[in-house]
Design a protein around this ligand. Structure first.
Ligand SMILES: N#Cc1c(-c2ccc3cc[nH]c3c2)n[nH]c1N
Length: 230
């Protein structure tokens, strides 16, 4: 998978050089490139923003640099992802969907956002998705893009060593994951649940399912599957 990220803070994505994603980049599984939007400006101050038409506080990102950048980076099959609080909320199904794509291009806005004509222009020729990380306000699209790149990349075969570890995770089966334990068997007077030491794999699987349902009912009842006939 190729991922291009356009931002005025390209060094923000240096962290993608480490850990599993860094290894996947090294092995060629992932081709992730961060680009400085200002490389597509032509004035002495490398200007990327201007005052909003209609007045109001803040600045809006100019369309010209974005047009030159996206013309240079978009391929016909690319999905253009614009992190935005006005977008669809990013979920594990969204991550799985995007992990099947060959090319993702992230347009990370700042200030009050990107001139709407950029989104409208590329929607005529490409799949464009406005995606929100959640219902809270960030200062720009970079944090959201980073989260999405990690959530999508880890689903690509070969990026995470043991694919089985992707199965029993929160949200992968639509529920929150069960609690996990490791050695020592006793710690500060607390014991590991005995069933986990029993070697009875059926009982362990059932205990884990019960804990997952219990946790989901308590913390995220909205994730519970509808009762049949509800
Ligand atoms: N995704 C997402 C966002 C944002 C966001 C995204 C882009 C820009 C550009 C200027 N301000 C932004 C906020 N806020 N909250 C979210 N969940």
């Amino acid at each position: 998978m190729r991922v291009d990220i356009v931002t005025i803070f390209p060094t923000f994505f240096d962290v993608l050089d480490i850990s599993l994603i860094g290894k996947a980049r090294g092995s060629g599984l992932l081709d992730i490139r961060a680009h400085d939007l200002r490389d597509w400006t032509h004035d002495r101050h490398r200007t990327v923003d201007d005052t909003p038409y209609g007045g109001g506080a803040g600045m809006v990102m100019k369309p010209e640099p974005w047009g030159e950048a996206l013309d240079a980076l978009l391929t016909p099959e690319a999905v253009l992802i614009v992190p935005s609080p006005a977008g669809e909320v990013f979920t594990q199904p969204t991550a799985r969907e995007l992990s099947a794509e060959a090319h993702l291009v992230f347009a990370c806005g700042r200030y009050e956002g990107i001139d709407q004509r950029v989104i409208d222009h590329y929607a005529q020729s490409h799949r464009v998705r406005l995606i929100s990380l959640g219902d809270y306000v960030l200062n720009g699209g970079e944090v959201a893009a980073m989260a999405m790149v990690e959530a999508v990349s880890r689903l690509i075969p070969g990026v995470v060593g043991n694919p089985a570890s992707l199965v029993e995770e929160s949200h992968e089966d639509g529920l929150l994951e069960y609690p996990s334990y490791t050695k020592p068997a006793q710690w500060r007077g607390e014991d590991v649940p005995p069933v986990l030491l029993s070697g009875n794999h059926g009982a362990i699987a059932q205990w884990r399912r019960d804990r997952s349902l219990e946790r989901t009912e308590r913390v995220r009842p909205d994730l519970l599957p509808e009762a049949p006939g509800a």
